[in-house]
Design a protein around this ligand. Structure first.
Ligand code: GZL
Length: 328
């Protein structure tokens, strides 16, 4: 069961000190760094499916370099089996710390137990796992995806306040079984239940990919003539859907209101142009905080069992203001 971190219970935005002992993980008293004194970090990345992921990889690689941490980086191309074999390789190589972004929530206990038995601490980044045994990892650094879904739902409820007409919503879900897809769907559904006129008429995965978002939106448009709103779990699928909407002769942001999550540059540009109506930010810039946690874990220091990343939301006007200084 994934820890349910209610945002209300977690104060602060950067490091939430929910200290429970050492926060689980191996019973190492702080592993020695590599022979050259440098910490070796094994990192298994989901893949390169979206603009968010590209920015996340850049943040991790650049932060490791500036922190003087020796990074062994593996791209799983979206496959859990590749992540599991990468983690096993890191164990064989006796890295000091392992970090990874689990592509899906389940199926990790065995390999995490192997890391724990090898005395190698593990840090979850970006996405959570549903392991019952929270001693299998030291901490989880990333967003609260339920809150992200709630923010999207909240905006829609306010957008239609006082109106009585039925509102047909279609939803492009992220990768099936991934924490962001499960929780963004849950948070959004809970919030829009406030308005009985809201109806999610279609909901299907676009795997967080622009191309898949376009093809799925094409099927939505063919099967559901009167779509009022699209809720896409990330900008990339929303951008793909915009291509399909325009090809169908409709105006994205006007004929069909669009809400997405991430706030990467391409999404923010579409928002500033009025093709998207609202974006919930999900920061990929986890690198600096991750490297700080890696150093603490390697030194055997106590760390929070949950580190919540700071993020906000953007309207069309706010996107115009923010774009010039966006880092990703
Ligand atoms: C969220 C991250 C998601 C992004 C997508 O933290 O896991 O995966 O929202 C990315 O863009 O593909």
């Amino acid at each position: 069961m994934r820890r349910n971190w209610s945002a209300a219970a977690l104060t602060g935005v950067l490091a939430v000190s929910v200290l429970a002992g050492c926060g689980g993980g191996g019973d190492d008293a702080g592993s020695d760094s590599g022979s050259d004194g440098k910490i070796t970090l094994g990192f298994s990345q989901v893949g390169a499916e979206s603009g968010w992921r590209t920015a996340n990889t850049k943040s991790i690689q650049e932060s490791a370099a500036s922190a003087g941490i020796d990074l062994k980086f593996s791209d799983a191309q979206g496959k859990q089996e590749n992540q599991i074999s990468a983690i096993r390789n890191f164990i064989t190589q006796k890295v000091d710390v392992i970090a990874f972004s689990p592509v899906v929530t389940s199926g990790w206990d065995a390999v995490l137990k192997e890391a724990k038995d090898a005395g190698i601490p593990v840090i979850l980044t970006d996405r959570a796992v549903d392991s019952q045994d929270t001693s299998l990892y030291k901490t989880f650094i990333g967003s609260d995806f339920i809150v992200e879904g709630e923010k999207a739902g909240d905006w829609l409820v306010k957008e239609y306040e006082g109106k009585t007409e039925p509102v047909n919503i279609v939803e492009l879900q992220g990768t099936t079984g991934s924490a962001p897809a499960l929780d963004r769907q849950k948070g959004f559904a809970e919030k829009i239940a406030a308005n009985p006129n809201f109806k999610i008429v279609k909901s299907q995965t676009g795997d967080f990919k622009r191309a898949d978002g376009k093809t799925v939106m094409e099927t939505f448009l063919q099967s559901t003539p009167d779509i009022d709103v699209l809720y896409a779990h990330n900008d990339d699928m929303g951008l793909g859907a915009i291509e399909a909407i325009e090809a169908a002769g409709k105006k994205p942001g006007t004929d069909i209101k669009i809400i997405t999550v991430d706030a990467v540059k391409d999404g923010m540009t579409a928002l500033s142009e009025g093709k998207i109506n609202f974006i919930v930010e999900c920061s990929p810039l986890l690198g600096p905080q991750l490297m700080d946690l890696v150093k603490k874990v390697d030194a055997g220091e106590e760390i929070p069992t949950r580190v919540l990343t700071e993020e906000t939301t953007f309207t069309q006007a706010q996107a115009k203001e923010a774009l010039p200084t966006r880092q990703y």
